[in-house]
Design a protein around this ligand. Structure first.
Ligand code: INI
Length: 158
């Protein structure tokens, strides 16, 4: 996604977001965070709050706790899981993806998956613009959720 392009579906005015970011591989995840903040600010988000967790494995629980506050229109989850020749990679990456999707489906709150899963640090470094993209996805899905809610309310009245 171009970092210069803001289309109507990425207008974040009136919307509030939570960003939850893993400290593990922090050199990478702080760049993801910078990108996500830049996207939200450029799109005119009303506000956003940042929450740090130890690693990508902890992202789903933090997202669930945030969803239950009902304070946000969307959540952006950021992490970097780098293979490094250990089976731990598959567990951490798999559970982060599964858990974040579960939170979105169970709570109905958009949760953007901004977790890099790469073989090495170089590949992760090359993909740090995914933080920007994840924030854009969260904005678009927050808008979709709002449109669906309004359509449902209108249909119920008619
Ligand atoms: N956490 C990450 O965010 N990225 C990784 O690459 C990673 N690796 O490779 O182990 C990682 N592990 C920590 C994990 O997320 C948990 O914090 C830990 O298992 C404690 O629950």
């Amino acid at each position: 996604m171009s970092t210069d392009q803001i289309n109507w579906e990425h207008d974040a005015r009136g919307l509030t977001f939570a960003i939850v970011v893993a400290r593990f591989n922090g050199d990478i995840t702080e760049k993801l965070l910078d990108g996500a903040k830049r996207a939200l600010e450029r799109a005119g988000a009303e506000s956003y709050e940042v929450f740090h967790v130890p690693g990508a494995f902890e992202l789903p629980l933090a997202a669930k706790l945030l969803a239950h506050t009902h304070a946000f229109h969307g959540i952006i989850a950021l992490g970097a899981v780098i293979r490094g020749g250990t089976p731990h990679f598959d567990y951490v990456a798999g559970e982060a993806a599964r858990g974040l999707q579960q939170v979105a489906l169970e709570t109905g709150l958009p949760v953007a998956f901004g977790v890099l899963t790469t073989d090495n640090v170089e590949q992760a470094e090359a993909r740090t613009d995914k933080g920007f993209d994840a924030a854009m996805t969260a904005i678009e899905m927050a808008r979709v959720a709002r449109v669906i809610a309004l359509s449902g309310a209108k249909a119920a009245r008619s």
